[in-house]
Write a protein that binds this ligand. Structure first.
Ligand code: SF4
Ligand code: SF4
Ligand code: FES
Length: 360
């Protein structure tokens, strides 16, 4: 609905449909469940018009138009699935896949990494039809713990560059050169860790070919169990980003941001995206521990541990007074637990020295 609420009409595949001012042909077609293929499109980003896969026939236009960049106007007559348009899309796809070293990639590479492979299957596109120069250059030696840069698989859709600029506001990567010489790069073509990259992983998750891949998740590529996804909420802070946990058997192997997460719409920070090793780390505490007379920590039950903590608080209070006690509640806990914590510090010890790590 446009801001002034006025609806316009056009003809989409023979039917009159409504649209609001500012909508693109792709947005209207998607709303009417037309299956238009895309590669450079990400609904969170400004339309770019690079791949031309989303072309549709527009009455009166000499050539098919890219639906993701063409704004609708009243009275347009649009066809989304004609034979010439489908042939056009298949040829474009064959040009793209002829250049790539591989098309079927492991889904652990990233959220959107299967897009090119799925379209290749759908159009039965031949991968070796157009032989010629290859663009892109593998950055296998990029020394960082999170992102594999495999530009042999890059199709120059610029989704990574755009998500980094438009969503993350980081501008850590850019496109350099043109045609076969086009390359996604950092400033001075250096390492990602020497750029302004925050390792949020958004470029990985939007890449439609797996050219950018999640290094940590790929470590589980050889595990035989099927890949499973479980919807959850990131435990790190109070924002509450939705995530899909990737697991194989009992093992947590990676994280995908939830593109439909109301708080994050596909975005995560470096912790939410990559810092999940603590879940199954051998050093993770699973029992309360208290220090014994021998100076070492020993496992114990909760009552014993809480009694010991209460004794410790009482001694500190007696010796140093109420302002010697400071509490930090956790962004991982529910509101009720945080409320109880501030009551514990304020009422229990009579001090306002209470904070929450979500503010950090
Ligand atoms: S990880 Fe985030 S900040 Fe780094 S290049 Fe990718 S999108 Fe930009
Ligand atoms: S690295 Fe991936 S997202 Fe970036 S331009 Fe290449 S194919 Fe597109
Ligand atoms: S999706 Fe429209 S040009 Fe790429």
């Amino acid at each position: 609905m446009s801001s002034n609420g006025i609806q316009h009409q056009l003809i989409l595949d023979g039917k009159e449909v409504n649209f609001s001012a500012g909508e693109t042909l792709y947005e209207i077609a998607e709303r009417h469940r037309k299956e238009i293929p895309t590669l450079c499109y990400d609904p969170r980003l400004d339309p770019f018009g690079a791949c031309r896969l989303c072309v549709v026939e527009l009455e009166g236009a000499r050539n098919p138009v890219a639906s993701c960049t063409t704004k609708a106007t009243a009275g347009m007559v649009v066809k989304t699935q004609t034979e010439p348009v489908e042939k056009h899309r298949k040829t474009l796809l064959e040009m793209v896949v002829s250049e790539n070293r591989e098309v079927e990639v492991d889904p652990l590479r990233g959220y959107a990494s299967q897009e090119l492979g799925k379209l290749t299957d759908r159009y039965q596109a031949r991968t070796g039809r157009f032989q010629g120069a290859q663009s892109g250059q593998l950055h296998a030696t990029d020394d960082n713990p999170f992102i594999f840069r495999d530009y042999d698989l890059c199709i120059s859709c610029n989704r990574c560059v755009r998500v980094c600029a438009e969503q993350e506001g980081d501008h850590a990567i850019a496109a350099m050169g043109r045609g076969f010489h086009k390359q996604i790069t950092t400033e001075f073509n250096g390492l990602l860790k020497d750029s302004s990259c925050t390792f949020c992983g958004q470029c990985v998750q939007t890449c439609p070919t797996g050219a950018l891949a999640d290094k940590k998740a790929l470590r589980a590529a050889e595990l035989p169990e099927p890949l499973q996804k479980t919807r959850s909420v990131c435990p790190y802070c109070g924002v509450g980003c939705s995530v899909d946990l990737l697991s194989k058997g009992e093992k947590l192997v990676g994280i995908h941001p939830a593109m439909d997460g109301p708080a994050n719409e596909g975005a995560l920070c470096v912790k939410g995206q990559f810092a999940f090793d603590f879940v199954q780390h051998a050093d993770r505490l699973s029992m309360p521990m208290v220090r014994g007379d021998d100076g070492e920590l020993h496992e114990t039950d909760w009552d014993t541990a809480l009694d010991r903590a209460a004794d410790g608080f009482a001694k500190v209070l007696k010796k140093h007074g109420r302002h010697s006690i400071y509490g930090i509640a956790s962004g991982r806990t529910p509101s009720e637990a945080n409320y109880t914590m501030q009551q514990f510090i304020r009422r229990g010890y009579g001090t306002h020295y209470i904070d929450n790590c979500s503010r950090a």
